[in-house]
Design a protein around this ligand. Sequence first.
Ligand SMILES: *[C@@H]1O[C@H](CO)[C@@H](O)[C@H](O)[C@H]1NC(C)=O
Ligand SMILES: *[C@@H]1O[C@H](CO)[C@@H](O)[C@H](O)[C@H]1NC(C)=O
Ligand SMILES: *[C@@H]1O[C@H](CO)[C@@H](O)[C@H](O)[C@H]1NC(C)=O
Ligand SMILES: *[C@@H]1O[C@H](CO)[C@@H](O)[C@H](O)[C@H]1NC(C)=O
Length: 321
Amino acid sequence: MRLPNPLIVASVLLVTSSHALNILLNNDDGFGSGNLRELYRLLKGEGHTVWIVAPATKQSGQGGRSDFTTEANLTAPSQYDLIPAGEPSVGSDPNDSHIWYYNGTPAACTFVALDYVLPKFADFKVPDLVVTGPNYGTNLGPFVWTLSGTAGAAYAATHRSIPAIALSASNAEIPYYEIKNKTNPATWAAEVSLKVVNTFINSAPKGGPILPLGYGANVNMPTLTGNNKKLKYVQTRMTGNAHVNEAVLNATKGTFTWANIKPYAAGVNTCLNGDCSMPGETYVVENGGVSISLYTIDYTAPSTANTESIMKRLSKLATGK
Ligand SMILES: *[C@@H]1O[C@H](CO)[C@@H](O)[C@H](O)[C@H]1NC(C)=O
Ligand SMILES: *[C@@H]1O[C@H](CO)[C@@H](O)[C@H](O)[C@H]1NC(C)=O
Ligand SMILES: *[C@@H]1O[C@H](CO)[C@@H](O)[C@H](O)[C@H]1NC(C)=O
Ligand SMILES: *[C@@H]1O[C@H](CO)[C@@H](O)[C@H](O)[C@H]1NC(C)=O
């Protein structure tokens, strides 16, 4: 008997995955987030196998930082006191064996999920898709993209060859146990998230992954009112009306705070990649739409006349003359 060709086996797995997927959820708001738990509930309702591995505490603004705790046990209680101090730094929710916390940054949670939790405890080793969020608050534009933990958890997965979708909503924090009905902003954010994630899943090429290698998506939602049917979904680029910080000095106190610099900075809004005629994600969300931008993990400058001219200036170095 001939042994199955590993490539064929892999493609068969990908074909079946377009119906019931193995999905890993993560975020930066903490494993007790109402937004996260609502999306978990809805994705499971679609028949997917879903695992959460998310930070034990709030880890906003960590970007792609991969920080692993040096403590075997929690030195303080987890978010909302769900797990007491003294319990292991990585563990499952006593109420649901598919929900895990880890006391690290969002990107570290992605790695702990891929290298420990899923291979050891799940029926699959590699998820078909990693979904992060929906975050409390938007993550718009290239500047916020690099510092957002929701983004960091997603691009960590992209780096590890797994398709990823980062989701951010405009609602305020709500612990999962305070969600008592289905007409609240966390559930609405999860419903919009499900619609977008489902569209990625159901439109994926037969036998192919949800997204090509190196690609991911950044999805942002405006303030939702529950009337989700009227929402506009817009394909966007990351640049365009994007914000970047300025340092604002309080001379009385002698400290700085941040503000969005005005007018828009040209640097953060330079369109170098993608279709520059598409609207910016910041503009779309600030005007009530859902933005869907694609990202790639390749930061190399695109092949343009500017790039070639710079490389030409440096060519003497490369040829050693
Ligand atoms: C962590 O907690 C376990 C009990 O859950 C205990 O056996 C172990 O000694 C603790 N480790 C440290 C480093 O405190
Ligand atoms: C598990 O469920 C109980 C009862 O609803 C609740 O009091 C407790 O906080 C839950 N634990 C976690 C970790 O969510
Ligand atoms: C649903 O719960 C929210 C709080 O999460 C509350 O503000 C709202 O009034 C509730 N709606 C209904 C229809 O019970
Ligand atoms: C500057 O700091 C002082 C002292 O803390 C505070 O009272 C004041 O409101 C601050 N000013 C601004 C513009 O934030």
